[in-house]
Design a protein around this ligand. Structure first.
Ligand code: PTJ
Length: 248
């Protein structure tokens, strides 16, 4: 990894780039993952590289939804595996939910490498290698899922997802939680709860909130959670921030 001094004003952001590059070199992340990451960075710049109040509210709703799920599953792609292996594993343990490797730019070698990478970080329940079921209505490789995993889950956490599959999972009657820095992506619009935040920050908050809700015996899903209303709030918060931005 390229050494970035901690004093650099953009240290955190540059370190994320290094993780993505290392992911590509290790055969975990797709090359296209670099482009997707760049798109995320651009939105994060507009957001101000911090969690917006509306994103906190979405994360609280996501925590409640995941806690009350009967069979939650966490979908992991090449970017997620490179950026936050420890955090998805911690979440999987907290929720007693399997991780499922599910990638868009599918190769068997990359599925195996991601699985091994997660196991090296301590994961014990990683699905995705079987791919013995298909989600109907999508033609690409993300349709390939494990019957015991995403196929039969009631709630799927699918960060950095693509819109088609999010829509197809909802059509199957599942609830989908997504994490996506783009508040107007198709995924953000289709999901049950969309957290418009960077994956590292969002998972840190989600883990904290799940622990809190477990402690306080909460975790009741707000049945009337309004995802589109939350996305509108996110867009307003971004717009307000940009209006206040001082151009020196
Ligand atoms: O490993 P694979 O083959 O499954 O490929 C993974 C990527 C991410 C390359 C693939 O799913 C893809 O092409 O995704 P998209 O359609 O570009 O969507 C990725 C979304 O994630 C975009 O809306 C980005 O803004 C968003 N995003 C990127 N980086 C982050 C992010 N959201 C949260 N945190 C990030 N760090």
């Amino acid at each position: 990894m390229f050494r970035i001094p901690e004093t650099h004003p953009r240290y955190k952001s540059l370190m994320k780039r290094e993780k993505i590059v290392a992911g590509i070199e290790a055969g975990i992340t797709s090359k296209q993952g670099l482009i997707a990451h760049g798109r995320g960075e651009a939105f994060d710049y507009l957001i101000g590289e911090r969690t917006l109040p509306a994103a906190f509210r979405a994360t609280e709703a996501a925590a409640a939804l995941l806690l009350t799920a009967k069979k939650p599953v966490i979908s992991v792609n090449g970017n997620v595996a490179a950026l936050v292996p420890e955090r998805v594993i911690a979440l999987s343990e907290l929720l007693n939910a399997p991780l499922e490797v599910n990638i868009f730019y599918w190769t068997e070698a990359r599925v195996i490498k991601i699985k091994e990478h997660l196991e090296q970080h301590g994961a014990t329940n990683v699905l995705g290698a079987k791919a013995d079921a298909r989600i109907s209505g999508i033609e690409h490789a993300r349709a390939r899922v494990d019957y015991e995993g995403i196929y039969s889950a009631d709630v799927v956490l699918a960060p950095l997802e693509d819109g088609d599959r999010c829509k197809a999972l909802i059509a199957m009657g599942k609830k989908v939680v997504t994490i996506d820095l783009n508040p107007v992506s198709r995924t953000s619009k289709y999901a049950t709860v969309s957290i418009v935040d960077d994956i590292e920050r969002a998972l840190k908050n989600l883990i904290f909130m799940i622990k809190e809700q477990k402690k306080n015996g909460k975790g009741k899903l707000l049945e009337d959670y309004d995802n589109k209303g939350n996305l509108r709030a996110v867009i307003n918060e971004i717009a307000e921030r940009l209006k206040d931005e001082e151009l020196r």
